[in-house]
Ligand binder design. Sequence first.
Ligand SMILES: NC(=O)C1=CN([C@@H]2O[C@H](COP(=O)(O)OP(=O)(O)OC[C@H]3O[C@@H](n4cnc5c(N)ncnc54)[C@H](O)[C@@H]3O)[C@@H](O)[C@H]2O)C=CC1
Ligand SMILES: O=C(O)C(=O)COP(=O)(O)O
Length: 604
Amino acid sequence: MASLGTPTLKNPSSVFLSSKPRLPSVLSAAFPNTLRFPRSHPQGGRRFLIITASAASSFSNKPTVLVAEKLSEAGLELLKEFANVDCSYNLSPEELCTKISLCDALIVRSGTKVNREVFESSGGRLKVVGRAGVGIDNVDLSAATEHGCLVVNAPTANTVAAAEHGIALLAAMARNVAQADASVKAGKWQRNKYVGVSLVGKTLAVMGFGKVGSEVARRAKGLGMHVIAHDPYAPADRARAIGVELVSFDEALATADFISLHMPLTPATNKMLNDETFAKMKKGVRIVNVARGGVIDEEALVRALDDGIVAQAALDVFSQEPPKPESKLVQHERVTVTPHLGASTMEAQEGVAIEISEAVVGALKGELAATAVNAPMVPAEILTELKPYVELAEKLGRLAVQLVAGGSGVKTVKVSYATSRAPDDFDTRLLRAMITKGIIEPISSVFVNLVNADFTAKQRGLRITEERVLLDGSPESPLESIQVQIANVESKFASAMSESGEIRVEGRVKDGVPHLTKVGSFEVDVSLEGSIILCRQVDQPGMIGTVGSILGEENVNVSFMSVGRVAPRKHAVMAIGVDDQPSKESLKRIGEVPAIEEFVFLKL
Ligand SMILES: NC(=O)C1=CN([C@@H]2O[C@H](COP(=O)(O)OP(=O)(O)OC[C@H]3O[C@@H](n4cnc5c(N)ncnc54)[C@H](O)[C@@H]3O)[C@@H](O)[C@H]2O)C=CC1
Ligand SMILES: O=C(O)C(=O)COP(=O)(O)O
């Protein structure tokens, strides 16, 4: 496996998904610095002079969002407040591939195939695909992940609409509504031909007991049906709470008078109703499909209808949409069809449009998405809580990798989280992704985010191991500290090596701001903003002044300074936060100060 090679710095950025605007230097000059009092370190009598700089953000160029399928006005308005919106419906696959290179985000429904070619054609610009609905089987998630493109969906706003459509099809099928309607319109009056079957007292098997399935179950119980469900992943207590019994796949097939499908289309559910499974069904079963056409082998369904195993079917979805007009299934007398209308109510479309527009705008702003499909889904309240730790994680990764000496390949990274939260209550995927981003981005041209972090690390032979150090104390704050260690490398700043021979940096969040608190075995305290100069020096009076005046001479603003030492008048590590990059000349002069034994300049 390839190693990461020798670190060479490229422009750093602290973005998650898109380029988060950085504070232009002219603006940062306009924001006054805040001076905090010098104070003693609680553990060691060390003195820290802490000065912070405030931050602000601004956007210059608006991103472009391509809306490739009809989206309600409410969603478009939300998008337009933040982005240039290009509504181009009915694009051919070639037209989509051409347009996509000019777009930062793409919004689709079920009618657009977002395949690998689309991601490849985007040339890296496409940062988010928003699926205005639930099913993401039309988006190539592996290709999205490999291209670092976040996929978000709108998982809740059309649940009721889909469930209502399922119930509508169930009732319409049982009473031959569609067929009878066509017959009357054709001038016929066939009351004996369209005698239906009753729903009350019949057994309905809900296959896929998720959001839509459980709403269908609830409604079917209201119609007096006996409802069972099959879902290998659904919790039994949720089913029990609405009076539904969870059963095995075979039991559902063998006992159901009606089967309603509500699982996603995945390799495991593809054609799960086929010749073999139709043969296990009760003769005369009736089937509703508002999930995905692909979960049924459609040719097998035609055979099952013709053989009398399946009495009727009501289908909203097809393996190919639109289906061929001459399709035997569509034309079958005992089959009722609708053109994928499950989510198509005014209310659901407005809800979905708002849900997806908010998710896409949030993702473009660099916020973490709560409805991410190809990245850990982190609930909004957890995201808010983790935000400063996310920043800390990335910056520690970024610092650690810059401490690696030329010629050393980065292969093994150890991360320790000190926390008093129980493991179940503390998900590290987000933090691990940001550490990975911090480590890989400064030394490669790869764009890393939560989506592709694990993939990219693996591809580059970077092994990240994690451990939790469980602390007593209050689990109110998610984390005490994060430590990042890079093993089997040499450092260009020898003081960054721990006693056990790894490059080690440690940080924590103080008042919502990430701080570097340890380098090697030296304790420091410097806010992680701007850039940092680390110096190891003989601990003697006047050092802060000497270095400060070299930087001051070329108008480099010092935002933070802290000194951590082993013992008075011995070695100390001084960490200096600077807003601007000092010139080579100034850095050289710092290195020439006699008491300074080594130093390094690190970009955040
Ligand atoms: N026709 C339409 O317009 C609409 C269709 N849908 C489709 O309905 C389906 C369900 O949507 P939601 O309920 O929102 O999703 P969901 O994710 O809440 O529920 C899906 C359920 O299927 C279960 N499942 C997965 N594999 C299974 C298997 N092998 N056997 C049985 N169950 C399995 C999962 O455990 C989950 O509980 C999706 O395919 C979605 O695309 C959703 C909305 C509108
Ligand atoms: O949300 C879903 O999964 C749907 O199937 C709805 O599809 P649509 O947005 O109406 O094309």
